[in-house]
Design a protein around this ligand. Structure first.
Ligand SMILES: *[C@@H]1O[C@H](CO)[C@@H](O)[C@H](O)[C@H]1NC(C)=O
Length: 316
């Protein structure tokens, strides 16, 4: 089957990594899968034009009901959707977007949520029959680059270790210009906090591995692949206590949770001074990822789901 796969593909983002991984699952089942960035299409008509080419596409998949799924609404193509981070946490709050998302879900042959909780919320706010949404956590696979260029990191940490041992490095692409400006302004005033550019996934993993802990201080919901990757790399995680994070981090077991800056410092100090705690969270974190985020299981799920896209051949 020739499958079109639509997702938001800003380079070096978690979304991109997830999309690439799922594409490889689909191809390993013998389908051909063309991954395209939603930013390349201005309207559903652009997508319609693409899918009509020869040989025609026979099915489609989209990550993000609103951003990508809506482009598939007018097509006569069976499709499946995967809930994106902001779908249920942000986009549903907007009445108009919610209407579109409901239509997408209604037309989709299947939908995938990364967690049970997300599935329940989606069923509730988008009024979906329970049988349509499958839960499949993201598969986690880490690979460290052997060599990587990390000069800013070394320079800033060398320089900083003269007076402060604890530094925080924020790594990632500048996706939202307004947010970036805000972050840059704050970082300028904060001693020991540094911004670094995005890296390839292998370089990022090599960098994580050299850190004492990986922090997630996000206040907005989603599912953090970065946290799971850190666990897989046996690096302790220290994350804000919000439902998305608490779904993967059990306090004192697979990592540490904090709710305030004071608690962040307190938990970090615990992690620094308590070797046994550190070993425990690293061990349980690794086990957790192996048990719940297996790439093999993810592959099998998507391969099974692709069968649902085959058109019904004999209607009687
Ligand atoms: C931090 O956690 C939030 C919520 O789980 C998630 O949406 C975000 O992608 C995470 N970011 C990183 C860098 O871990």
């Amino acid at each position: 089957m020739k499958v079109l796969f639509l997702a938001c593909l800003s380079p070096k983002t978690g979304n991109h990594t997830t999309a690439e991984r799922i594409r490889s699952h689909i191809e390993s089942a013998g389908h051909s899968c063309e991954l395209r960035d939603v930013a390349d299409f201005h309207s559903p008509a652009d997508v319609a034009h693409l899918v009509s080419q020869n040989p025609p596409f026979e099915g489609a998949l989209a990550i993000h009901l609103f951003k990508a799924g809506r482009l598939l609404l007018d097509l006569r193509l069976p499709f499946g959707v995967i809930f994106g981070g902001t779908d249920i946490n942000e986009d549903v709050k907007d009445e108009q977007k919610r209407v579109v998302m409901k239509q997408v879900l209604l037309k989709a042959r299947f939908a995938v949520a990364f967690t049970e909780k997300l599935k329940e919320e989606a069923e509730f706010v988008l009024v979906s029959p329970d049988s349509k949404i499958y839960v499949q956590p993201q598969g986690i696979q880490t690979e460290e680059a052997e060599q990587f260029c990390w000069t800013e990191f070394l320079r800033s940490s060398e320089w900083h270790s003269e007076n402060l041992h604890n530094i925080l490095i924020i790594i990632g692409p500048k996706v939202d210009p307004a947010l970036t400006a805000e972050v840059e302004a704050v970082v300028q005033r904060a001693a020991g906090v540094f911004l670094a550019q995005e890296r390839s996934q292998q370089e990022l993993h090599a960098a994580m591995k050299r850190c004492f802990a990986v922090v997630n201080s996000s206040v907005s919901e989603g599912m953090s692949a970065a946290i799971l990757e850190a666990m897989d790399l046996r690096v302790p995680v220290l994350v804000r206590n919000i439902p998305g994070n608490a779904a993967v981090v059990k306090h004192g077991v697979t990592g540490l949770l904090f709710s305030s800056p004071q608690e962040f410092v307190h938990q970090s100090q615990r992690l620094l001074s308590d070797q046994e705690l550190r070993e425990r969270v690293v061990r349980s974190g690794k086990l957790y990822v192996e048990e719940h985020h297996s790439v093999k299981e993810e592959r099998e799920t998507y391969q099974r789901l692709m069968d649902k896209l085959h058109k019904v051949q004999f209607l009687t």
